[in-house]
Design a protein around this ligand. Sequence first.
Ligand code: C5P
Length: 312
Amino acid sequence: MTSVLESPAPVTVRAPAKVNLELFVGPLRDDGFHALSTVYQAVGLHDDVTAALTDDWGCSVRGRDADKVPTDESNLALRAALALSEHTGGQEPVHLSIHKEIPVAGGMAGGSADAAAALVACDALWGTDVPKDELEGIAAGIGSDVPFLLHGGTAVGSGRGEVVTAVLAKGRYHWVFVPSLASGLSTPRVYAAFDERTAGTTLEEPQPSAALMSALRSGDASALAPVLDNDLQADAIGLQPAIGEVIESAMGFGALAAIVSGSGPTVAILADGAEGAIDLAVALTACGVAGDVLRATGPVQGAHILPTVRQL
Ligand code: C5P
């Protein structure tokens, strides 16, 4: 039996949420996914995942929306840990304690962040030291956004979103997020609405836009605002019209831009500086259009180990 002193200390990893600055959807591929060109930005809302050795695989969830997160093997963090164990020839079971700050089913990749955090935490806990490209491969098998959450910063996602390439981006952007609409939108449902709407049209292979790249190089939020774009926005609003009302209100209160994040329903609002973000958050809450408002800046780093103090 391993003594407390011999067994490795639990490892805690912090992973960010994402917003899609641009999301262009191309044709449906043979594997059932759409070709995508997206520009992700990691933002400062985080989930923390602590991996500890134990006798049985499992996970527990606390924090925001904890009751909406499964703790069986459909949990993305647990799936990621099991996939890494299998990839490395089998490892000791872990318990994952997940602390959530990222809205669940909101289009901000909360589940994918947990998966990315679990990969980094388990790799460190087991001492498996898996090379970065292999870890990204395992991440891609869990979900299209997971490799980006390992990477962080601002990056282009191509393929089905899982092929990540860093972009040159300056500046710090102030975001307000409105997640609290009645229920989440399922990603496959939004893509299905997109398919229905675009049936009969020929979709081009999507490419990142030069205008967005140039705005990101300028580091100027007011240059970024007019070029934010999301091909799924109309479909998300079609399924949940309240999203459109949040966007209109945010623009009325002086937002630089307001856009659906990913497949929604979260609305990402770009503010003019930190004070602008506070003003928008207050105005949106006070007028009753948003029950719940979050603020964060981006870009931030991807999944990373937090220093821990060992308890003896
Ligand atoms: O990979 P991820 O878990 O994010 O995908 C969830 C669902 O979203 C997929 O099963 C698919 O229906 C849809 N999707 C898609 N094309 C993509 C990414 C996701 O159709 N590029």
